[in-house]
Design a protein around this ligand. Structure first.
Ligand code: ZN
Length: 569
């Protein structure tokens, strides 16, 4: 870093503060001045500060924001060694923060070992079976066919073991739904996993059975059941830390390209968390990552809390813990009070309320944050009950416990969420792409309660946005904006249009809102003096462009800590 005095600086630039003689009266330490490393100017810079100020220029030093303001105001921070970048009117925002995604799991999807079964390659069951049939022709007998995550079909459309046997009779096959809430395996895979009619359901998981019998039909609900096969399938559980770190790298490059400078990986299995620490230790993290370790059951929790990795790294933070309360709509495992809804026909309680309360109390007492996967109204209430119970046992300011997804909260749930200071982390991408499906799986009365974003904001509930890859194909933040602002599907269905947000509100949720969900709002989420210089240069002015054009919004360059990063798409 080249240091120059304020006086030298003034001599070497055209911008002056008055006569040099006048400066002589100012004490030397006040004059000590370091020029900016980088100045961006001639921009349309949306700061997302409290007043939603838009400025022209920003000066950066040591990875932090030194000054934001007009070209003239910021110009005075330029020195001899300052890199000056003319934005030529381009729009800049804070680096987006994603409150819910799975960077390692996303990176894993692109490993060539896996059969690519992601949308749009598998729009229906026939297309999915055809892909498996084709792969089986080139796969030796006995060798595995493992799909990436995953197909988007509902559980009724998911091939059973017998349908998979027909297209791949000589290979074990394992395919996972993109939501991660259910998988399907053929007979050979079930056999290798040792799953028979006599196999009991694992804790909080469920083995699908043929109607009226105990015979497994290939379907596996929730991670503990899916893991029965995952542990024998190649490429999933048999991974060393180096290859997990590669997944992190591969995933982060795509996330950075989309415009995320920070992200919260909200499900990291204890066996895989080392992959992140390995990547961090080797300085391979270019994106700021916050982890939430996944807790499968109560017995495991004490050990996880004891063995917590507390090593610090500027790009990696070990955040709190994740608990799952229910599953997903496509798997029919969304826990709703009306269990007759299609969304809930296979639903069951993962952890009973007393167990959930004990686990929540234990995490809460250590001062860590808890995030609950809760989709259905009953699951959301169970999460709220657990937080309330923990708060009664030990009141704690600023806990920021979170509910992830929160698709169908009741009115009462919203007021309890507000009262308890719970953060809601949602994927508005789903509004456009899944509302038709959700409506078919629930009913209009439930859809009136679906992701009530405007109500939550008006109530002062902290809301954060996260894209949830690979559980969705919709990586880029434009899909969050289109979902939250447009709130309409391709077919023109609009679930409760009164809940539309403005683009300003949506951008705030994806910057300051998500930063708040990770206790990072003082460091990132807005472009203000002293905060980290994370920002995105966009293809368009997102505040000015019509919503119908939003599909072409793309991140052109992404800066993390004052440096533009290399990305890949
Ligand atoms: Zn997720």
């Amino acid at each position: 870093m080249k240091q120059i005095s304020r006086r030298e600086f003034i001599k070497t630039t055209a911008v002056g503060l008055g006569s040099l003689a006048a400066l002589d009266a100012i004490p030397r330490e006040v004059l000590a001045f370091e020029a900016a490393d980088t100045v961006l100017f001639n921009g349309n810079i949306i700061t997302v500060d409290a007043k939603d100020t838009i400025v022209q220029a920003v000066a950066i030093r040591n990875g932090k924001i030194l000054k934001v303001g007009s070209n003239q105001e910021v110009q005075s921070w330029s020195g001899n060694g300052t890199e000056r970048i003319d934005l030529k009117g381009k729009t800049v925002t804070p680096g987006l923060v994603d409150s819910h995604l799975h960077i390692m799991g996303y990176g894993m999807q692109f490993r060539p070992l896996f059969l690519n079964i992601r949308f749009p390659l598998t729009p229906n069951k026939a297309a999915l079976l055809k892909l498996v049939a084709e792969r089986s022709k080139t796969t030796k007998p006995g060798e595995w066919i493992v799909g990436n995550q995953g197909f988007t079909l509902s559980v009724d459309q998911t091939p059973t073991r017998w349908e998979l046997d027909e297209v791949a009779p000589q290979n074990p096959v394992l395919l996972r739904h993109n939501s991660g809430q259910h998988s399907t395996a053929n007979s050979m895979a079930l056999k290798l996993a040792g799953i028979t009619a006599a196999t009991p359901n694992p804790y909080s998981g469920k083995i699908g059975r043929r109607a009226g019998s105990m015979e497994p039909n290939g379907l596996l609900f929730h991670y503990p059941a899916e893991n029965l096969v995952n542990r024998v399938a190649p490429g999933i559980s048999d991974r060393d830390m180096a290859s997990l770190a590669e997944d992190v790298e591969r995933g982060q490059l795509r996330c950075l390209a989309a415009g995320y400078a920070s992200g919260h990986d909200v499900i990291v299995a204890p066996q895989k968390i080392g992959g992140y620490f390995a990547a961090a230790k080797e300085n391979r993290l270019k994106m700021r990552i916050r982890l939430m370790e996944y807790v499968s059951h109560e017995k495991e929790l004490e050990q996880l809390l004891r063995n917590r990795d507390t090593s610090s790294n500027p790009m990696l933070e070990n955040g709190g813990y994740k608990l799952a309360v229910d599953g997903g709509v496509a798997a029919k495992t969304a826990l709703m009070y009306d269990a007759n809804l299609e969304s809930s026909k296979s639903s069951y309680v993962y952890h009973d309320q007393a167990t959930l309360n004990r686990m929540t109390r234990m995490i809460h007492a250590t001062g860590h944050q808890v995030a609950f996967h809760a989709v259905g109204d009953r699951a959301i209430d169970m999460a709220i009950n657990a937080i309330e119970d923990a708060m009664q046992a030990k009141p704690r300011e600023n806990h920021r416990h979170r509910i992830e997804h929160c698709l169908f909260p009741t009115e009462k749930a919203l007021s309890r969420i507000k009262q308890l200071g719970i953060v809601v982390s949602v994927s508005p991408q789903w509004i456009r792409f899944h509302s038709d499906g959700y409506k078919a799986m629930t009913n209009e009365s439930a859809m009136q309660r679906f992701l009530p974003l405007k109500t939550m904001l008006d109530m002062g509930i902290p809301v954060a946005f996260g894209c949830d890859v690979p559980a969705t194909i919709l990586l880029e933040p434009r899909w969050a904006f289109i979902g939250a602002v447009g709130r309409t599907t391709h077919n023109g269905y609009s679930p409760n249009p009164a809940e539309c947000l403005t683009i300003k509100e949506a951008l705030r949720m994806h910057t300051m809102g998500a930063a708040y969900a990770g206790f990072e709002e003082r460091a990132v989420g807005s472009l203000e003096e002293g905060k980290l210089a994370d920002m995105v240069v966009w293809s368009h002015d997102l505040y000015a462009m019509p919503l119908v054009a939003m599909q072409s919004l793309a991140a052109e360059r992404v800066m993390v800590g004052g440096k533009f990063v290399e990305t890949s798409r």
